[in-house]
Design a protein around this ligand. Structure first.
Ligand SMILES: [Zn+2]
Length: 302
Protein backbone atom coordinates (compact mmCIF):
# COMPACT_ATOMS: atom_id res chain seq x y z
CA UNK A 1 0.00 0.00 0.00
CA UNK A 2 3.01 2.28 0.45
CA UNK A 3 3.27 5.49 2.33
CA UNK A 4 0.15 7.09 0.93
CA UNK A 5 -2.21 5.01 3.02
CA UNK A 6 -5.61 4.29 1.56
CA UNK A 7 -8.63 2.09 1.51
CA UNK A 8 -7.63 -0.88 -0.55
CA UNK A 9 -8.64 -4.40 0.32
CA UNK A 10 -6.65 -6.61 2.68
CA UNK A 11 -3.81 -8.55 1.13
CA UNK A 12 -5.39 -11.94 0.53
CA UNK A 13 -3.17 -15.00 0.24
CA UNK A 14 -4.20 -18.62 -0.10
CA UNK A 15 -1.02 -20.46 0.77
CA UNK A 16 -0.21 -22.16 4.06
CA UNK A 17 0.10 -19.86 7.05
CA UNK A 18 3.66 -18.49 7.32
CA UNK A 19 4.40 -19.81 10.81
CA UNK A 20 4.46 -23.40 9.58
CA UNK A 21 6.72 -22.79 6.63
CA UNK A 22 8.99 -20.48 8.62
CA UNK A 23 9.33 -23.10 11.35
CA UNK A 24 10.32 -25.72 8.79
CA UNK A 25 12.76 -23.38 7.06
CA UNK A 26 14.45 -22.30 10.26
CA UNK A 27 14.75 -25.82 11.63
CA UNK A 28 16.13 -27.09 8.35
CA UNK A 29 18.72 -24.32 8.25
CA UNK A 30 19.59 -24.33 11.96
CA UNK A 31 18.74 -27.74 13.44
CA UNK A 32 20.71 -26.88 16.57
CA UNK A 33 17.89 -24.53 17.54
CA UNK A 34 15.98 -27.57 18.77
CA UNK A 35 18.50 -28.00 21.56
CA UNK A 36 17.57 -24.54 22.87
CA UNK A 37 13.88 -25.38 23.15
CA UNK A 38 12.42 -25.99 26.57
CA UNK A 39 11.11 -24.14 29.60
CA UNK A 40 12.85 -21.04 30.86
CA UNK A 41 13.74 -21.44 34.54
CA UNK A 42 14.36 -17.71 34.92
CA UNK A 43 11.04 -16.51 33.61
CA UNK A 44 9.08 -17.09 36.80
CA UNK A 45 11.60 -15.08 38.81
CA UNK A 46 11.74 -12.20 36.34
CA UNK A 47 7.95 -12.05 36.19
CA UNK A 48 7.61 -12.29 39.97
CA UNK A 49 10.07 -9.40 40.29
CA UNK A 50 7.99 -7.29 37.93
CA UNK A 51 4.76 -8.07 39.79
CA UNK A 52 6.35 -7.15 43.12
CA UNK A 53 7.81 -3.96 41.61
CA UNK A 54 4.33 -2.93 40.51
CA UNK A 55 2.91 -3.64 43.97
CA UNK A 56 5.63 -1.46 45.45
CA UNK A 57 4.78 1.25 42.90
CA UNK A 58 1.12 0.98 43.95
CA UNK A 59 2.17 1.75 47.47
CA UNK A 60 4.33 4.68 46.34
CA UNK A 61 1.71 6.37 44.14
CA UNK A 62 -1.11 6.14 46.66
CA UNK A 63 -0.78 9.78 47.80
CA UNK A 64 0.38 11.41 44.57
CA UNK A 65 -1.79 13.87 42.71
CA UNK A 66 -3.76 12.42 39.79
CA UNK A 67 -1.53 14.00 37.17
CA UNK A 68 1.54 12.31 38.65
CA UNK A 69 -0.31 9.03 38.98
CA UNK A 70 -1.00 9.20 35.24
CA UNK A 71 2.55 10.30 34.50
CA UNK A 72 4.06 7.33 36.32
CA UNK A 73 1.48 5.04 34.77
CA UNK A 74 2.66 6.09 31.30
CA UNK A 75 6.37 6.47 32.04
CA UNK A 76 6.93 3.48 34.29
CA UNK A 77 4.06 1.23 35.32
CA UNK A 78 2.65 0.76 31.86
CA UNK A 79 6.07 -0.27 30.55
CA UNK A 80 6.24 -3.04 33.12
CA UNK A 81 2.68 -4.03 32.33
CA UNK A 82 3.44 -4.10 28.63
CA UNK A 83 6.37 -6.36 29.38
CA UNK A 84 4.11 -8.54 31.50
CA UNK A 85 1.68 -8.96 28.61
CA UNK A 86 4.57 -10.29 26.55
CA UNK A 87 5.58 -12.57 29.41
CA UNK A 88 1.97 -13.80 29.51
CA UNK A 89 2.34 -14.59 25.82
CA UNK A 90 5.38 -16.74 26.60
CA UNK A 91 3.65 -18.36 29.57
CA UNK A 92 0.74 -19.22 27.28
CA UNK A 93 3.30 -21.33 25.40
CA UNK A 94 4.16 -23.05 28.70
CA UNK A 95 7.62 -21.47 28.78
CA UNK A 96 7.54 -20.85 32.55
CA UNK A 97 6.98 -24.40 33.79
CA UNK A 98 7.06 -26.57 30.68
CA UNK A 99 4.37 -28.56 28.94
CA UNK A 100 4.13 -31.16 31.69
CA UNK A 101 3.02 -28.50 34.16
CA UNK A 102 0.50 -26.81 31.89
CA UNK A 103 -1.80 -25.92 34.81
CA UNK A 104 1.03 -24.20 36.64
CA UNK A 105 1.58 -22.05 33.58
CA UNK A 106 -2.13 -21.11 33.51
CA UNK A 107 -2.12 -20.14 37.20
CA UNK A 108 1.17 -18.33 36.94
CA UNK A 109 -0.21 -16.32 34.02
CA UNK A 110 -3.05 -15.16 36.33
CA UNK A 111 -0.42 -14.03 38.83
CA UNK A 112 1.45 -12.16 36.07
CA UNK A 113 -1.91 -10.66 35.09
CA UNK A 114 -2.44 -9.01 38.50
CA UNK A 115 -0.62 -5.70 37.74
CA UNK A 116 -2.41 -5.41 34.39
CA UNK A 117 -5.53 -4.57 36.42
CA UNK A 118 -8.00 -6.32 34.09
CA UNK A 119 -8.32 -10.09 33.65
CA UNK A 120 -7.17 -11.35 30.27
CA UNK A 121 -4.49 -14.06 30.53
CA UNK A 122 -6.94 -17.00 30.26
CA UNK A 123 -8.80 -15.43 27.33
CA UNK A 124 -5.51 -14.62 25.64
CA UNK A 125 -4.44 -18.25 25.87
CA UNK A 126 -7.78 -19.40 24.47
CA UNK A 127 -7.54 -17.22 21.40
CA UNK A 128 -3.78 -17.32 20.95
CA UNK A 129 -3.95 -20.98 19.99
CA UNK A 130 -6.09 -19.97 17.02
CA UNK A 131 -3.70 -17.17 16.16
CA UNK A 132 -0.85 -19.63 15.69
CA UNK A 133 -2.96 -22.39 14.18
CA UNK A 134 -4.78 -20.18 11.67
CA UNK A 135 -2.44 -17.19 11.34
CA UNK A 136 -4.25 -14.59 9.31
CA UNK A 137 -7.25 -16.88 8.81
CA UNK A 138 -10.37 -14.88 8.11
CA UNK A 139 -12.76 -15.19 11.07
CA UNK A 140 -10.36 -17.45 12.96
CA UNK A 141 -7.33 -15.35 13.84
CA UNK A 142 -8.79 -12.59 16.00
CA UNK A 143 -5.52 -10.62 15.90
CA UNK A 144 -6.35 -9.55 12.37
CA UNK A 145 -8.26 -6.28 12.25
CA UNK A 146 -11.81 -6.47 10.98
CA UNK A 147 -12.86 -5.21 7.59
CA UNK A 148 -14.60 -2.31 9.30
CA UNK A 149 -11.37 -1.29 11.06
CA UNK A 150 -9.45 -1.50 7.78
CA UNK A 151 -12.08 0.57 6.04
CA UNK A 152 -12.45 3.27 8.66
CA UNK A 153 -8.90 3.74 9.96
CA UNK A 154 -7.47 4.68 6.60
CA UNK A 155 -5.97 8.15 7.10
CA UNK A 156 -2.87 9.05 9.13
CA UNK A 157 -4.91 10.72 11.87
CA UNK A 158 -7.38 7.84 12.13
CA UNK A 159 -4.51 5.37 12.25
CA UNK A 160 -3.07 7.23 15.20
CA UNK A 161 -6.48 7.02 16.88
CA UNK A 162 -6.56 3.31 16.09
CA UNK A 163 -3.12 2.87 17.66
CA UNK A 164 -4.27 4.71 20.76
CA UNK A 165 -7.31 2.43 21.02
CA UNK A 166 -5.42 -0.74 20.14
CA UNK A 167 -5.88 -2.44 23.54
CA UNK A 168 -9.66 -2.03 23.25
CA UNK A 169 -9.69 -3.53 19.78
CA UNK A 170 -7.62 -6.47 21.01
CA UNK A 171 -9.99 -7.00 23.90
CA UNK A 172 -13.26 -6.62 22.01
CA UNK A 173 -12.48 -8.03 18.57
CA UNK A 174 -12.70 -11.71 19.62
CA UNK A 175 -16.25 -11.12 20.84
CA UNK A 176 -17.20 -9.92 17.37
CA UNK A 177 -15.06 -12.10 15.10
CA UNK A 178 -15.06 -15.45 16.88
CA UNK A 179 -17.01 -15.49 20.15
CA UNK A 180 -16.44 -18.57 22.32
CA UNK A 181 -18.06 -19.75 25.56
CA UNK A 182 -16.46 -18.50 28.78
CA UNK A 183 -14.16 -21.16 30.22
CA UNK A 184 -13.61 -22.08 33.88
CA UNK A 185 -10.09 -20.68 33.67
CA UNK A 186 -11.44 -17.35 32.45
CA UNK A 187 -13.89 -17.25 35.35
CA UNK A 188 -11.07 -18.04 37.78
CA UNK A 189 -8.91 -15.40 36.12
CA UNK A 190 -11.68 -12.84 36.61
CA UNK A 191 -12.18 -13.76 40.27
CA UNK A 192 -8.43 -13.65 41.03
CA UNK A 193 -8.13 -10.27 39.35
CA UNK A 194 -11.18 -8.86 41.10
CA UNK A 195 -9.88 -9.99 44.49
CA UNK A 196 -6.43 -8.51 43.74
CA UNK A 197 -7.94 -5.18 42.65
CA UNK A 198 -10.19 -5.02 45.70
CA UNK A 199 -7.25 -5.78 47.99
CA UNK A 200 -5.15 -3.02 46.41
CA UNK A 201 -8.09 -0.63 46.69
CA UNK A 202 -8.69 -1.63 50.31
CA UNK A 203 -5.00 -1.21 51.22
CA UNK A 204 -4.06 1.91 49.28
CA UNK A 205 -7.16 3.41 47.67
CA UNK A 206 -8.31 4.05 44.14
CA UNK A 207 -5.18 5.71 42.73
CA UNK A 208 -3.01 2.56 42.63
CA UNK A 209 -5.82 0.63 40.90
CA UNK A 210 -6.14 3.29 38.24
CA UNK A 211 -2.35 3.57 38.02
CA UNK A 212 -2.27 -0.10 37.00
CA UNK A 213 -5.21 -0.07 34.59
CA UNK A 214 -4.39 3.23 32.91
CA UNK A 215 -0.74 2.17 32.51
CA UNK A 216 -1.85 -1.01 30.74
CA UNK A 217 -4.15 0.84 28.37
CA UNK A 218 -1.73 3.68 27.63
CA UNK A 219 1.33 1.49 27.09
CA UNK A 220 -0.40 -0.99 24.83
CA UNK A 221 -1.49 1.84 22.58
CA UNK A 222 0.33 5.00 21.56
CA UNK A 223 3.61 4.46 23.39
CA UNK A 224 7.21 3.89 22.23
CA UNK A 225 7.28 0.49 23.91
CA UNK A 226 4.49 -0.59 21.57
CA UNK A 227 6.71 0.05 18.56
CA UNK A 228 7.16 -3.69 18.10
CA UNK A 229 3.44 -4.01 17.33
CA UNK A 230 3.98 -1.78 14.34
CA UNK A 231 6.95 -3.77 13.13
CA UNK A 232 5.15 -7.05 13.66
CA UNK A 233 1.63 -6.24 12.60
CA UNK A 234 1.64 -4.12 9.48
CA UNK A 235 2.38 -4.70 5.88
CA UNK A 236 5.06 -2.40 4.52
CA UNK A 237 6.04 -4.44 1.51
CA UNK A 238 3.67 -6.53 -0.51
CA UNK A 239 4.14 -10.16 0.39
CA UNK A 240 5.81 -9.46 3.75
CA UNK A 241 3.03 -9.68 6.29
CA UNK A 242 5.15 -9.54 9.41
CA UNK A 243 8.57 -8.45 10.54
CA UNK A 244 10.86 -9.23 13.40
CA UNK A 245 11.46 -6.46 15.87
CA UNK A 246 14.89 -5.52 17.21
CA UNK A 247 14.28 -2.01 18.52
CA UNK A 248 15.62 -0.58 21.78
CA UNK A 249 12.94 -1.98 24.11
CA UNK A 250 13.41 -5.52 22.88
CA UNK A 251 14.93 -6.85 26.10
CA UNK A 252 11.48 -6.28 27.62
CA UNK A 253 9.91 -8.41 24.96
CA UNK A 254 11.02 -11.84 26.08
CA UNK A 255 10.35 -14.33 23.31
CA UNK A 256 9.26 -11.56 20.98
CA UNK A 257 12.91 -10.81 20.44
CA UNK A 258 12.99 -13.83 18.21
CA UNK A 259 12.97 -13.35 14.49
CA UNK A 260 9.51 -13.67 13.14
CA UNK A 261 8.91 -17.34 12.64
CA UNK A 262 11.10 -18.45 15.48
CA UNK A 263 8.33 -17.87 18.02
CA UNK A 264 6.68 -20.78 16.30
CA UNK A 265 9.39 -22.79 18.01
CA UNK A 266 7.27 -21.93 20.89
CA UNK A 267 9.22 -23.37 23.78
CA UNK A 268 12.21 -21.15 23.29
CA UNK A 269 13.63 -19.43 26.36
CA UNK A 270 13.93 -15.77 25.49
CA UNK A 271 17.45 -15.33 26.82
CA UNK A 272 18.75 -17.85 24.32
CA UNK A 273 17.33 -16.07 21.39
CA UNK A 274 20.49 -14.34 20.29
CA UNK A 275 21.61 -17.78 19.21
CA UNK A 276 18.64 -17.89 16.89
CA UNK A 277 18.84 -14.56 15.21
CA UNK A 278 19.05 -15.11 11.53
CA UNK A 279 21.54 -13.14 9.50
CA UNK A 280 19.73 -10.86 7.17
CA UNK A 281 16.45 -10.92 9.03
CA UNK A 282 14.37 -7.93 8.17
CA UNK A 283 14.82 -5.30 10.85
CA UNK A 284 12.27 -2.63 11.52
CA UNK A 285 13.06 -0.31 14.33
CA UNK A 286 10.95 2.18 16.17
CA UNK A 287 11.37 4.60 13.31
CA UNK A 288 8.76 2.43 11.65
CA UNK A 289 6.24 4.28 13.75
CA UNK A 290 6.49 7.25 11.43
CA UNK A 291 6.06 4.95 8.50
CA UNK A 292 2.86 3.64 9.94
CA UNK A 293 1.23 6.86 8.96
CA UNK A 294 1.38 5.66 5.42
CA UNK A 295 1.29 1.93 5.84
CA UNK A 296 -1.84 -0.11 5.91
CA UNK A 297 -3.74 -0.13 9.16
CA UNK A 298 -4.47 -3.76 8.53
CA UNK A 299 -2.43 -6.83 7.93
CA UNK A 300 -1.44 -10.09 9.45
CA UNK A 301 -0.01 -10.03 12.90
CA UNK A 302 2.62 -11.87 14.86
ZN1 LIG B 1 2.56 -17.11 20.48
Amino acid sequence: MGIEGGRGDFEWVYNDQPHTSRRKEILAKYPEIKSLMGPDPQLKWVVSGMVLTQLLACYLVRHLSWKWVLFWAYAFGGCINHSLTLAIHDISHNVAFGNKQARWNRWFAMFANVPIGLPYSASFKKYHIDHHRYLGGDGLDVDVPTELEGWFFCTPLRKVVWLFLQPFFYALRPLVVNPKPVSQLEALNAVVQLVADIMIYYLWGLKPVLYLISGSILCLGLHPISGHFIAEHYMFLKGHETYSYYGPPQPHHFQRRLPHGAPRLSKHPWQQTTACEENGSRVLRLAAAAYLLGARAVGLCL
